[in-house]
Design a protein around this ligand. Structure first.
Ligand SMILES: Cc1cc2nc3c(=O)[nH]c(=O)nc-3n(C[C@H](O)[C@H](O)[C@H](O)COP(=O)(O)O)c2cc1C
Length: 196
């Protein structure tokens, strides 16, 4: 019997996309992936209009059947123990993009990525930030050019109302993962914009 593919699924503080991330986790579990969730400190602590931290923690634990990695200390063994075949950061905030682009490791998620990359395994980013085409653009460009990083295809979600915003299409996470595990970037990377 073949072993299931082990995936770390890290959520950062783009709370409006948490429901879509949970759907993606459920989808991966249904497809037979072994999924462990990871939370940035902010993602795991803030109560927002999209739900309380406690509610999201319960949903994630139920979806994966595993404890959440939610500290730098519990994220540290990811690389040394080769815990995951791939690591997905979905949603990935502008804040986390900046840290990843500049080698800053001060959250459970940035620690997870750094530790996982020790083994030269794929990292997927599902960007969700209002400043993707302004303040975060240079960081996205940096990571597009960095080895082992793959992007979940993304689009302008509201080009008129939020001209600098980009959001990944999380429905494409399984296809992006499949491609990344074979060493290539799923295309097209840029999707047609939403209306509005
Ligand atoms: C309700 C709410 C929604 C947010 N949505 C986003 C978002 O979609 N994208 C983003 O980059 N930051 C968003 N933020 C800001 C981040 O949560 C903030 O930058 C935080 O420091 C991110 O930390 P992390 O990247 O370690 O999770 C939001 C904050 C709140 C309170």
């Amino acid at each position: 019997m073949t072993q299931p593919i082990r995936v770390g699924f890290a959520l950062t503080g783009s709370f409006c996309t948490f429901a879509r991330a949970l759907t993606a986790i459920n989808d991966l579990v249904a497809r037979g992936f072994d999924v462990t969730s990871i939370l940035s400190e902010n993602a795991g602590a803030f109560d927002t209009r999209f739900g309380t931290a406690k509610e999201w923690r319960t949903r994630l634990t139920e979806a994966t059947g595993k404890p959440i990695i939610d500290s730098i200390v519990t994220a540290e063994p990811i690389g040394p123990k080769a815990m995951f075949d791939a690591l997905i950061v979905a949603p990935c905030t502008g804040n986390t993009l900046a840290k990843l682009a500049h080698g800053v490791t001060d959250t459970p998620v940035t620690m997870a990525v750094k530790s996982h990359l020790r083994g030269a395994r794929p990292v997927l980013l599902a960007v969700s930030t209002n400043d993707a085409l302004s303040g975060s653009a240079a960081n996205i460009g940096t990571l597009l050019n960095r080895k082992h990083f793959y992007f979940v295809p993304l689009r302008q979600d509201a080009p008129t109302a939020k001209p600098c915003s980009l959001v990944a299409d999380m429905v494409q996470i399984p296809a992006t993962l499949e491609a990344a595990l074979h060493g290539y970037q799923l295309q097209p990377l840029l999707l047609a914009p939403n209306e509005g």
